[in-house]
Design a protein around this ligand. Structure first.
Ligand SMILES: *Cc1c(COP(=O)(O)O)cnc(C)c1O
Length: 386
């Protein structure tokens, strides 16, 4: 059997895969089993920060791998401590918990928010407000947090304590806070899976204002928007707020599984020994990869990200067959006249890999993609959308 047949026979049927097997790559350039070359505008869903097989990142990761691959969280290790320091210094946050995925980073945030509400206000203050159209993960708690009914089907009952309100509706948010016993508000600055929808400045300011007024924990889910994706280290930095908790994952270790939950002043001391943990969390190989990532997301690099984003937007805004261009930085959604799936299929045929989000075409290229590669991608997108 070939790879496709083996996969279809033995791998659980949770993914609808494209008929492509990736066998190698360099940067934003991927090669399939037939030797066909693609420009990658998906980066493993915002994971491969520097694309495939980046030399400097490989150097950092393999150097650690050759020293040792894992201990346990019963011992100190350098990459983990160093990464936590870097993340705190770059954000102003005070402490970091490491895990292995976005869902786990959010689980950690959810547990912390509940602990905060229960200890500061009382047993019943466990409710967390999240937004309709949000996506927070696939575990039972993060699924319950996710404001999309389609993901809840088949798996009820959902975990109690999540209230979904409409994104960018300040009045509805205020009402939800006033009418419930709330400990936290959780949000993505740009809803990714929900269709690349940025929150408005007013709405984010309202979240912050209500959190101050009612002593709530604000949780920015930066799993997709984080680690340079929007042209800032974290997307909340594009807004005039400082969240109490920031969760991140995807691009953090540029292709190795790593989640992080960052705690600000208000939440830094919520967790005490024994309250939370993760066997693999803070794994030294993944942490070494992430140290390399964070150290390279300099101001110069991030302004390049913004310049690339501007280039794409300028090229696609108003192009034939493209109705709207949304997003922030290199996280871009296209509302197209053709069905998104059709655009993706035709672009793939022409050697460009795209993603979808709801009814939109979604672009999440490696942050290191070159202007030449972007030129080719943009040209193909315009061609297939027209
Ligand atoms: C992808 C994503 C998650 C889930 O991350 P996993 O690593 O798949 O668990 C959570 N929140 C947001 C905003 C995401 O984009």
């Amino acid at each position: 059997m070939n790879v496709k047949e083996l996969d279809e026979k033995y791998v659980a049927n949770t993914y609808k895969r494209f008929p492509v097997e990736i066998v190698s790559g360099k940067g934003a350039s991927l090669i399939d089993e037939a030797g066909k070359k693609y420009v990658d505008m998906g980066a493993g869903i915002a994971v491969n920060t520097f694309g495939m097989a980046d030399d400097e990142w490989i150097g950092a990761v393999t150097a650690q791998l050759a020293k040792f691959q894992h201990t346990s969280n019963l011992y100190y290790t350098e990459p983990c401590a160093k990464l936590a320091k870097m993340l705190c210094e770059r954000t102003g946050m005070k402490k970091v918990f490491f895990s292995n995925s976005g869902a786990e980073a959010n689980e950690c945030a959810i547990k912390a928010a509940r602990e905060y509400g229960i200890t500061t206000k009382g047993e019943e203050y466990y409710n967390i407000i999240t937004l309709e159209n949000s996506f927070h993960g696939r575990t039972m708690a993060t699924l319950s947090a996710t404001g999309q009914a389609v993901f809840h089907e088949h798996f009820g009952p959902m975990l109690a304590g999540f209230i979904h309100t409409t994104a960018n509706d300040c009045e509805a948010l205020e009402k939800a806070v006033e009418e419930n016993k709330v400990c936290a508000i959780m949000f993505e600055c740009v809803q990714g899976e929900g269709g690349v929808m940025p929150l408005t400045k007013e709405f984010v300011a309202k979240i912050s204002e209500l959190a101050k007024k009612y002593d709530l924990v604000t949780i920015a889910d930066e799993v997709q928007t984080g680690n340079g994706r929007t042209g800032m280290l974290y997307a909340y930095m594009n807004f005039d707020i400082v969240p109490d908790i920031v969760s991140t994952a995807k691009g953090l270790a540029a292709g190795l599984p790593m989640g992080a939950t960052l705690f600000g002043e208000k939440t830094a001391d919520i967790y005490k020994p024994g309250m939370h943990g993760s066997t693999f969390g803070g794994n030294p190989v993944c942490a070494a990869g992430a140290v390399n990532v964070i150290s390279r997301l300099t101001d110069d690099f991030l302004s390049e990200v913004s310049a690339k984003a501007k280039y794409i937007k300028n090229a696609l805004e108003g192009a034939k067959g493209i109705k709207t261009v949304s997003g922030m930085g290199l996280m871009i959604g296209l509302e197209t006249e053709k069905e998104a799936a059709q655009v993706v299929a035709e672009a793939m045929e022409r050697g460009v890999l795209l993603l979808t989000a709801k009814k939109k075409v979604r672009l999440l290229p490696p942050l290191s993609i070159t202007f030449e590669e972007l030129e080719k991608a943009v040209e193909v997108i315009k061609e297939v959308c027209a």
